[in-house]
Design a protein around this ligand. Structure first.
Ligand SMILES: Cc1cc2nc3c(=O)[nH]c(=O)nc-3n(C[C@H](O)[C@H](O)[C@H](O)COP(=O)(O)OP(=O)(O)OC[C@H]3O[C@@H](n4cnc5c(N)ncnc54)[C@H](O)[C@@H]3O)c2cc1C
Length: 380
């Protein structure tokens, strides 16, 4: 049986895309190497969803994601929690940069305000104000369960007739001229009118198999979760300063809807691999307790490591390949696939079906596979 569209990857991006293509009456098949949906990097995410970016296209897409996720929560519990994001600045330069971001956010109607150091305690009780010069607070940002969200998109896509083949890894392609004819797995071959690469950290390698350069360079990030803790922390706290030992750069943490603390940091130097490290636990614990001393009695249940599928400029790729007229790329979600996935997938589904850019040209071109990647974002 041939399909209109075959999507490779049932992750943060591929699942909402399958759903939105289904809504547009498209006959879709999703091929996924794992046994169930959302089991790739999606599962590693801690569910932060913010419209507070400094790059306009990401603001627009994430803002839409928040609306979509709000609707999804009405249908089923995806652990939607509106606690906001608080970006902290340790010096005047960092605070000035946050003020600049606040100005950008206002242009896109994203509510945010600068919080002076002495007022930080009104947003986060018990915060060590002496560390910080102030912060940028965006109250409408949210947190969700990445797994529950993925599963909802999967069920909704299936209700629309989307088919899923799990436990099948795409290992090759049949091609003729500038067209892809079919994808191959060890079990079968699937033909379609169009194909979408939405396979996360593996997308560059799949691109190479097609003779294409897709600039996605995954590096690993670590996260953890505590046992349930007395409800204390509303926003996602983001501190972008490195620690003194130069182990981590940005670290961020919040409490999810069910009451567990979830936390993460960006390693000081890029790292690779998916085994949790002992250094993560000691470094992040020290940093969190320095910021909120009262969290010293939190009991950590589990830590893990996964990949950020990074692009050089921190912006995802959503484009049709120039090399193949029926091949689409949806990847490079960096550390933001859960927050960008729904909004981006909704737009990209419209693009695949109509070939009309779904956003104004100035924003849509930022997602091009063929852009220069020379724009370094502040709130990456
Ligand atoms: C520690 C950590 C914390 C994070 N926290 C957040 C956060 O708070 N908020 C946020 O928005 N993002 C966060 N992220 C980032 C987020 O997880 C990723 O951006 C997102 O999951 C990428 O989405 P994707 O669909 O591109 O990839 P994935 O979700 O990995 O989906 C790709 C799918 O393709 C499948 N696949 C790969 N190759 C093949 C093949 N050849 N054949 C068939 N299937 C294949 C994979 O199995 C996978 O299921 C975090 C990531 C990490 C590691």
């Amino acid at each position: 049986m041939s399909h209109d569209v075959v999507i490779i990857g049932a992750g943060s991006a591929g699942l909402p895309l399958a759903y939105y293509l289904g809504l547009l009456n498209t006959n879709v098949l999703v091929v996924e190497k794992n046994p169930s949906p959302g089991q790739g990097e999606n599962k590693a995410a801690i569910g932060g969803v913010r419209a507070s970016h400094s790059e306009p296209v990401k603001i627009i897409l994430s803002k839409r994601s928040i609306e979509i996720l709000k609707e999804l929560q009405k249908e089923h519990d995806i652990e939607f929690k509106k606690g906001g994001y608080l970006f902290l600045a340790r010096d005047e330069t960092a605070l000035r940069a946050l003020r600049g971001t606040g100005d950008v956010l206002r242009r896109f109607d994203v509510s945010s305000s600068i919080i002076e150091a002495e007022d930080l305690g009104q947003i986060v009780s018990g915060i060590n104000r002496s560390l910080y010069r102030g912060g940028l607070f965006s109250p409408d940002d949210i947190n969700v369960s990445p797994l529950k969200t993925a599963y909802r998109f999967y069920l909704k896509a299936r209700d629309l007739g989307v088919r899923f083949q799990f436990d099948e890894q795409v290992t090759g392609f049949e091609r003729r001229g500038n067209k892809v004819l079919a994808v191959q797995t060890k079990k079968r071959t699937y033909s379609a009118a169009s194909f979408v690469l939405a396979n996360g950290a593996g997308i560059a390698e799949t691109g190479r198999a097609l003779g294409m350069e897709i600039p996605v360079h995954p590096d690993s990030h670590e996260a953890g979760i505590s046992s349930l803790y007395r409800q204390a922390l509303a926003p996602m706290i983001v501190d972008t300063s490195p620690d003194a030992g130069r182990v981590s750069r940005t670290f961020y943490f919040t409490q999810n809807k069910v009451g567990a603390l979830i936390f993460c940091y960006t390693p000081y130097r890029p790292q690779y691999g998916t085994h949790a490290t002992s250094r993560f636990g000691t470094t992040i614990a020290r940093r969190i307790i320095e910021t909120i001393p009262a969290l010293g009695d939190v009991y950590v249940r589990r830590t893990w490591r996964g990949y950020y599928p990074n692009t050089p400029d921190g912006v995802p790729i959503a484009d049709r390949a120039a090399e193949y007229e029926n091949l689409y790329i949806l990847g490079g979600m960096c550390g933001q696939g859960v927050m960008l996935g729904p909004g981006l997938a909704e737009s990209f589904a419209r693009f695949i079906v109509s070939d009309i850019p779904p956003l104004p040209e100035e924003y849509w071109k930022m997602l091009s596979l063929y852009r220069k990647y020379d724009n370094e974002e502040l709130l990456r």
